[in-house]
Design a protein around this ligand. Structure first.
Ligand code: 5AD
Ligand code: SF4
Length: 454
């Protein structure tokens, strides 16, 4: 059956969608060229904010309506919102055919078969009785791929739904991850992003290295060891990871990031707030000063590291001066980019029990202020690159202009250029930056192909 997956939410959801696609292809189904072409439509859902849920519910409402497209035979939902709502999802969407939670993706092809065979609707949520989490298969491979290394989260931030919908931390064994990376490299993947909610906690709650892999003293810093081992894989040119937490920015991680050239000079390090009182209420486990020192440690070994962040505005009781403290701190750090979110109470989280007392128009004002600040800052950071060269991993033809190609810098900035010589996806090229926009750099390819490492 032809299927199409529409994905809401984070990079982890993108990875899950690709894993589900691979499982369906293994079962003999076929990836549709677009949504209009699909007989089976799957919606991968997100619960992080109310707005994310509304979007997925709206889409599911339309696609399960009686007047939906005639080609569409089955509509299923999976991921975080399914896990959160469970049977209530079918109250909201009586025509939904099936729903699969975050721990049950492996069962999805069987569920599709069962729903096709009979009139029943199927809901699969909660812990997987087989205890199996990881899917190593990938369906659509480009230059770059996501790889899960750590599922769930143990941090317990007071506003966050993730532990409810994705469970506690489970690290994959290092050997399994390295095998997946080798397989990807053999299939021409040149860049991988290692994923975990709090990725630096990799290997802290479980042993991930086998005795034979370990040094006599054991591995104190399993995440740093994983990065080093991944960098040894031939064919992989770049390694990224997301997301970070200040407590994981150890001296050892800073050393490895400085010493291993394949590790990208970029870190997404969510700040959320720079008010110590708000950080405490958020249960983030660091102060503004801890964050400052984490950044300083990384900049010592990787001076040009690009740092991006997430901020929540309008958290319960956030005063104007606490908001201004965050604003000033963002300037102090000089973030390369930032995602700004309006606080959204998530049912069942500790913060949802506190008054959501910042008015919506004030949340909007704070959100706009930080966005404007950041746009200015991002542009200034990008303009500072004009005249300099950047190493760019070629991703392919620009989606906006077929005459141009795009790629990314190590610092995760998008670069647009005219293709030169016999350029191929996955090539590493040097581009001299000529023009900067807030989200894009433009430049000209420098050097001849023989100077470029293939
Ligand atoms: N309200 C608003 N933003 C949230 N985030 C997580 N939970 C909430 C919430 N309840 C934001 C955080 C996180 C990003 C993925 O989403 O900034 O880093
Ligand atoms: Fe990703 Fe969190 Fe949304 Fe789940 S709830 S998709 S983990 S952002």
């Amino acid at each position: 059956m032809k299927f199409y997956i529409k994905t809401y939410g984070c990079q982890m959801n993108e990875r899950d969608s690709d894993a589900v696609a691979a499982l369906l292809v293994q079962r003999g189904h076929e990836l549709a060229s677009g949504e209009g072409d699909a007989e089976l439509l799957l919606i991968n859902t997100c619960s992080v904010r109310a707005k994310a849920e509304h979007k997925a519910l709206g889409k599911l409402g339309l696609t399960t309506a009686p007047n939906r497209s005639k080609t569409l035979r089955l509509v299923g939902a999976f991921g975080c919102m399914v896990e959160r709502l469970g049977p209530r999802l079918f109250d909201k969407l009586p025509n939904l055919d099936f729903a699969v939670g975050t721990h049950r993706f492996r069962a999805l092809p069987d569920i599709v078969d069962r729903v096709l065979a009979g009139p029943e609707k199927i809901l699969a949520v909660g812990e997987n009785p087989d205890g199996e989490h990881a899917v190593s298969e990938h369906a659509v491979l480009g230059v770059s791929a996501f790889v899960n290394i750590l599922f769930g989260c143990n941090r317990g931030c007071s506003y966050c739904i993730v532990p409810t919908v994705r469970g506690g931390e489970i690290s994959r064994p290092a050997r399994e991850i390295l095998d997946e990376l080798r397989e990807l490299a053999a299939r021409q993947v040149r860049e991988v992003t290692l994923l975990g909610q709090s990725v630096m906690a990799y290997g802290r709650a479980q042993a991930v290295w086998e005795a034979a892999d370990r040094s006599p003293g054991g591995y104190q810093e399993p995440f740093a060891r994983l990065l080093e081992a991944a960098a040894e894989i031939e064919g992989l040119r770049r390694i990224r990871f997301a997301s970070g937490h200040p407590s994981g920015c150890t001296a050892e991680l800073a050393r490895v990031m400085g010493a291993v050239p394949k590790l990208c000079r970029h870190l997404h390090l969510p700040l959320q707030s720079a008010s110590d009182r708000i950080l405490k209420m958020m249960r983030r486990g660091y102060s503004a000063d801890d964050y400052r020192r984490a950044v300083a440690r990384l900049r010592e070994t990787v001076p040009d590291i690009a740092i991006t962040t997430d901020i929540i505005v309008g958290f319960p009781s956030e005063s104007p001066s606490e908001f201004e403290a965050t604003r000033a701190f963002m300037d102090e750090i000089g973030f390369d980019n930032a995602f700004i979110f309006k606080y959204s109470p998530r049912p069942g989280t500790p913060a949802a029990g506190w008054p959501d007392d910042i008015a919506m128009d004030e949340k909007i004002r704070r959100n706009k202020t930080l966005l404007q600040d950041q746009n200015r800052r991002t542009l200034a950071v990008n303009e500072a690159m004009i005249g300099r060269t950047a190493d760019v991993l070629v991703e392919g033809v620009s989606p906006r202009n077929p005459d141009r190609w795009t790629g990314r810098t190590s610092g995760n900035k998008i670069v647009v250029f005219s293709p030169e010589f016999d350029m191929r996806k996955g090539d590493m090229i040097r581009v001299r930056i000529a023009r900067a926009m807030p989200q894009t750099l433009y430049g000209a390819v420098e050097g001849s192909p023989c100077e470029v490492e293939r």
